[in-house]
Ligand binder design. Structure first.
Ligand SMILES: [Zn+2]
Length: 526
């Protein structure tokens, strides 16, 4: 069924689905089926606020059809059986849900499944086969995705977050859904101009909290305001995936193919020209230098990012390089420097703490299990200060204090992004001298907390030192791996394929009769 061009007032049927995870191929952690939070039915719709009746005027007169949505904390490669189960359920539900006018396909863009190289494109192709050629598919994604032409070719609209940290992640999904709805109502099948930019930088250098990321991302709104443009998106890519596709990319979506091509190329060239201006969002040092800086700083609390093992970027969450240095540093105890370390994944150690009880003495070897041959547990001898059997993020969790260092031990990989993540474990980050978090750039509440800050360039699954990681499958030349590379050809490719000058919403036959006039109106509407 094709109802592109359904007049306003006619009820649209739009499905919502997604498989959303970011995978480091450098961590031995494996993301299994149980690591995903899988939502269906009303539970799925509750996640997408705009589907609530009366919430958004553009979302009225839409039957939102919940399919299946799976999301996991970033981690290692997705287990192939887990992926097959999720993708199978999605295509099965698509086959049984009846005709859809549109589909919102929520992707991250940096999922990895062992043995596959571009899993989002494979998934999108399966989804396309299930919904047919007439259904419009819009995909919101994370700007840390690696976006190929094979993926773009299956979609009608693809956009990404514009802020890192991703304070706008739900705005991105709502924007994609609104644009999809608008296109369906106006009979527009959008075109997309895609270009790969051969630059691969870590997220900690491309935050939108500082230049040049802030200015480049800040410019996207002006591009999408141009006649014939609906959306502009830039992906910095995901550096910890050792795949041929890993690189930055630009997609500009709209109706004026010539305009899309011009804007996509300009945006790509702007990113390419800025490549050497990206720098870490804060001061950096080795693990030893970070401990030195924290111990000697007059700024309290002083925050250390244990960046190589950041679970929200895909780190395993149990490396102990930095923790070991802190526990061995006599200055912290001598100077009474209250230190919080959040945290280490170690369910067995948590169980031993639970057996000892609050106030009990423990002598533990913690962490260092996931990282294989390189992993070393740290010796933690102290007192159990806090226990919970069911922290909503970390599962069974313990806090053990060794002299002045309090260490959070968790049973599940989890982020520490909010002050409440600490206070509900009985910890007081504001009253601490040193706060260490497995994170890269600081989320807003941690940025507010930090009187002083350093990013420790620790080893791990999301090591910020990309060169020492030793990728083997990247497509070369690629900055910064090939420092002498020439300026690349940044001519965009247009989807659906056709001449750039063609001013229409797509290939003849793919758009209903209303589409031509709708496409012509699109400029004025924006
Ligand atoms: Zn991201």
């Amino acid at each position: 069924m094709s109802r592109i061009g359904a007049p306003t007032g006619e009820r649209l049927r739009i499905g919502i689905a997604g498989v959303h995870v970011e995978c480091s191929t450098f961590t031995p952690h494996s993301t299994g089926y149980d690591d995903f939070t899988v939502r269906r039915g009303a539970d799925l719709l509750a996640l997408f606020d705009f589907t609530r009746p009366g919430r958004e005027s553009w979302a009225a007169d839409v039957e939102w059809v919940p399919l299946v949505h799976a999301r996991a904390v970033p981690g290692g490669s997705v287990d192939p059986d887990a992926y097959a189960r999720l993708a199978g359920e999605l295509t099965d539900r698509l086959g049984r849900c009846g005709p859809l006018d549109g589909l919102l396909l929520d992707l991250h863009g940096a999922m990895h499944v062992a043995g596959r190289q571009d899993i989002e494109a494979e998934l999108a192709a399966e989804v396309r086969a299930a919904v047919g050629p007439d259904c419009l598919i819009a995909a919101p994604s994370d700007l840390h995705g690696n976006i190929t032409e094979a993926l773009v070719a299956q979609l009608d609209l693809l956009t990404a977050h514009r802020l890192a940290p991703h304070e706008d992640e739900w705005l991105t999904r709502a924007r994609a859904a609104r644009l999809l709805t608008d296109c369906l109502r106006r009979g527009v099948r959008p075109a997309m101009a895609w270009v790969r930019v051969p630059v691969l930088l870590p997220g900690e250098k491309t935050s939108t909290q500082q230049e040049p990321g802030r200015g480049i991302y800040g410019g996207l709104a002006a591009i999408e305001a141009l006649p014939g443009v609906l959306d502009a998106a830039l992906w910095v890519g995901y550096a910890w995936a050792d795949e041929p596709r890993s690189a930055a990319a630009v997609v500009v979506t709209g109706t004026d193919r010539a305009q899309l091509s011009v804007q996509a190329q300009e945006l790509a060239e702007r990113y390419w020209r800025a490549r050497d201006a990206f720098s870490f969002v804060g001061p950096t040092g080795t693990a030893r230098e970070a401990v030195e800086a924290a111990a000697s700083s007059p700024l309290r609390p002083f925050v250390i990012s244990d960046s190589g093992d950041n679970p929200t970027a895909g780190g395993g969450g149990d490396t102990t390089d930095l923790l070991g240095l802190l526990l061995a540093d006599d200055r912290l105890a001598e100077r009474g420097l209250r230190t919080v370390y959040a945290g280490v994944l170690d369910p067995e150690a948590v169980a031993r703490c639970a057996a000892a009880g609050v106030g009990g003495a423990v002598d533990l070897l913690v962490g260092g299990r996931l990282e294989g041959a390189d992993g070393r547990p740290a010796r933690l001898t102290g007192r159990v200060d806090f226990l919970t059997a069911d922290d909503p993020d970390g599962g069974p969790t313990a806090v053990v204090t060794a002299r002045t260092v309090s260490v959070v031990l968790t049973s599940r990989r989890r982020p520490f992004h909010h002050i409440a993540d600490f206070t509900r474990l009985g910890l007081d980050p504001h009253g601490s001298d040193i706060v260490v978090v497995k994170i890269g750039y600081l989320e807003p509440e941690l940025l507010d907390l930090a009187a002083g800050w350093i990013i420790a360039l620790t080893p791990g699954g999301v090591d910020q030192d990309l060169i020492r990681l030793g990728h083997r499958h990247l497509t070369h030349p690629l900055h910064p791996f090939d420092p002498a590379m020439p300026d690349p050809d940044l001519t965009p490719r247009l989807f659906p394929p056709g001449p750039a000058a063609e001013r229409s919403g797509g290939p003849a036959g793919a758009v209903s009769g209303a589409a031509g006039s709708a496409a012509a109106r699109a400029g004025a509407d924006r």
